[in-house]
Design a binder for this molecule. Structure first.
Ligand SMILES: NC(=O)c1ccc[n+]([C@@H]2O[C@H](COP(=O)([O-])OP(=O)(O)OC[C@H]3O[C@@H](n4cnc5c(N)ncnc54)[C@H](O)[C@@H]3O)[C@@H](O)[C@H]2O)c1
Length: 416
C-alpha cells in the first residue's frame, strides 16, 4: 500500500497512476479545500485525464478519506510530493518537505516504510539533510525507515501521459529492502529502471531542468544578438536550425554534444564561438551564455589537470591517449589535448608520452615545441606507462577497455 503526501500536479498524478496500476493508494494533503474538491471529482488545476482516472479509481484503489495516521500505518511506501519553492537566497526551501516528514514520523508505527522523496530537491539533500534529520528525530522511537529519491520528470499539461508512460525511471536507493519495494511498484510501468545513488538521482533531475533552462537562455541571448546586429529573421533562423539531422539522432545524435569531456576544439566551434561573442559585444550585447561557454571551455582543462596533479607524482609515467580534437579525425587544430599537455608540462610533469590512432604526425608537425614521446601503437604505449589520460574518445580505446583499465585511467572523455 502506498501513501502520497501532497496532491498537486506531481502527487495527484502519482497517486492516481499507482491506483490505476492496481496498488491501493492513499492521498493526503494539508489543504482541506483541495481534498474536498477532489472528493467531488473536481481537479483543482487544469490537467487532462486526471478527472476520469479519479472517477475510475476512487473508493476502489484511490482513497482520500483516510486519516494520515491510518494511511501511514498501512503503507509500506510513502511518496512525498510537496512543494519545494525557492527561498529568498535562491536555495530550495525544504520547510514543506521537513514538515511532512515530521507528520510521518509522529505516527506510531513500528513496521518498515520507505520514505520516497519525489519533490525536486538539490543533490545531497537526502544524504545530508533528510536522512540525518529523520535519524535524529526517531532515535529512541519504534520506527524503521528506508529512503529513496525518485525525481519526477512529468510536464504540466501532459502529467498523465508522462507518468503512466515514462521514458525512464530514476531511483536513488542505497538499501536492498527499499530497492525491492520500489522495483515492485515500478515494474508495471515497463520503462527502464535506473537504480542509482541518492545524490545521482537528485542530480539527474537538475541535469535535465538546467539543460532546458540553459537552452532557453542560450536561445534568448542569440535573439538579442540577432536583434542588435539587425537584418536577421530570428524565428525562421531557429526553425532552420531545428532541421539539423542531429536533433533526430540521424546519423549522429545531438546527445553527443550534451556529454562532458575535456572541452571542445577543432577548426569550427572555438573560433566561431569567439567570433560571435566578439561581434555581439561590438553590437552592444554583453553576452553571458556565450562568454560563460568560452570560459568553461578553458576552466574544464584546469579542472581535469588538477585531478591528475592531486593523484600523481610529477615524474610519474603518463600516457596520453588521443591527440585529435575528436575521433575519426586527424585534425589537431585547437585540440583540447594540446592545452592539457601544455598545462601538464607547465605544472612540472616530466614523463609524458602519447599515442593517437591517426594524429601522431599531425600533432608533432603542428606543435613542434611540445617535447613528449610518441608511440606508434597502443600496446607499446601501455608497456611504457602506469597511468593513462584519455583525451579523445577513439573506438580503439573503447574496444580495448580491458587492457587500458589495467592502468590507472583518467578517462576525460567518459568513454567507460
Ligand atoms: N509541476 C511540475 O511540472 C513538476 C514536475 C516535476 C517535479 N516537480 C516537483 O514536484 C514537487 C511538487 O510540485 P507540484 O507542482 O506538484 O506542487 P504543488 O504546489 O502543485 O503541490 C504541492 C501540494 O503539497 C501540499 N502540501 C504541502 N505541505 C504538505 C504537508 N505537510 N502535508 C500534505 N500536503 C502538503 C500542498 O497543499 C499542495 O497541494 C516540487 O518539488 C516540484 O519542483 C514538479
Amino acid at each position: 500500500m502506498i501513501t502520497v503526501i501532497g496532491l498537486g500536479f506531481v502527487g495527484l498524478t502519482t497517486g492516481l497512476g499507482f491506483a490505476k496500476k492496481g496498488f491501493k493508494t492513499f492521498g493526503i494533503d494539508i489543504n482541506r479545500e483541495r481534498v474536498d474538491l477532489l472528493k467531488n471529482f473536481e481537479i483543482p488545476f487544469h490537467e487532462p485525464h486526471l478527472k476520469n482516472i479519479l472517477e475510475e479509481t476512487s473508493g476502489t484503489k484511490f482513497f482520500l478519506d483516510v486519516s494520515l495516521d491510518d494511511a501511514i500505518k498501512q503503507s509500506e511506501a510513502i511518496f512525498i510530493c510537496v512543494g519545494t519553492p525557492a527561498s529568498s537566497d535562491g536555495s530550495a526551501d525544504l520547510s514543506h518537505l521537513l514538515a511532512a516528514i515530521d507528520q510521518i514520523i509522529a505516527v506510531d508505527s513500528g513496521s518498515f516504510k520507505v520514505l520516497i522523496v519525489k519533490s525536486t530537491v538539490p543533490p545531497s539533500t537526502l544524504s545530508k539533510r533528510v536522512i540525518p534529520y529523520v535519524e535524529e528525530k526517531i532515535s529512541g522511537l519504534d520506527r524503521a525507515f528506508g529512503f529513496a529519491s525518485n525525481p519526477e520528470f512529468l510536464r504540466e499539461g501532459y502529467c498523465w501521459e508522462d507518468f503512466i508512460e515514462p521514458d525512464r525511471l530514476v531511483i536513488g536507493v542505497e538499501d536492498e529492502k527499499s530497492r525491492q519495494i520500489l522495483q515492485q511498484l515500478y515494474e508495471p510501468f515497463g520503462a527502464p529502471i535506473h537504480n542509482v545513488s541518492y545524490n545521482s538521482a537528485e542530480f539527474i533531475k537538475y541535469l535535465s531542468n538546467t539543460l532546458l533552462s540553459t537552452l532557453i537562455s542560450y536561445s534568448n541571448e542569440m535573439s538579442m544578438i540577432a536583434d542588435n546586429i539587425g537584418g536577421i529573421d530570428v524565428p525562421s533562423s531557429f526553425r532552420i536550425l531545428h532541421e539539423d539531422k542531429r536533433w533526430s539522432g540521424k546519423p549522429a545524435s545531438m546527445s553527443s554534444y550534451v556529454y562532458p569531456g575535456c572541452g571542445y576544439g577543432g577548426y569550427c566551434l572555438p573560433k566561431d564561438t569567439q567570433a560571435l561573442d566578439a561581434i555581439a559585444r561590438a553590437n552592444g550585447i554583453d553576452t553571458s551564455v556565450l562568454s560563460g561557454n568560452l570560459r568553461i571551455n578553458d576552466e574544464i582543462k584546469d579542472h581535469l589537470v588538477g585531478k591528475i596533479e592531486s593523484e600523481l607524482e610529477k615524474d610519474a609515467p603518463i600516457g596520453i591517449l588521443g591527440l585529435s580534437f575528436k575521433p575519426e579525425s586527424d585534425d589537431v587544430r585547437i585540440t583540447p589535448a594540446k592545452d592539457i599537455i601544455v598545462k601538464l608540462i607547465e605544472k612540472g610533469f616530466t614523463n609524458l608520452s602519447a599515442y593517437d590512432p591517426l594524429a601522431n604526425e599531425a600533432f608533432k608537425t603542428e606543435y613542434p615545441d611540445i617535447d613528449i614521446k610518441y608511440f606508434e601503437d597502443l600496446d607499446s604505449l601501455l608497456q611504457n606507462v602506469e597511468n593513462v589520460v584519455i583525451l579523445t574518445g577513439w573506438k580503439e580505446f573503447k574496444n580495448n577497455k580491458e587492457k587500458i583499465t589495467k592502468k590507472k585511467v583518467f578517462d576525460f572523455r567518459y568513454i567507460y
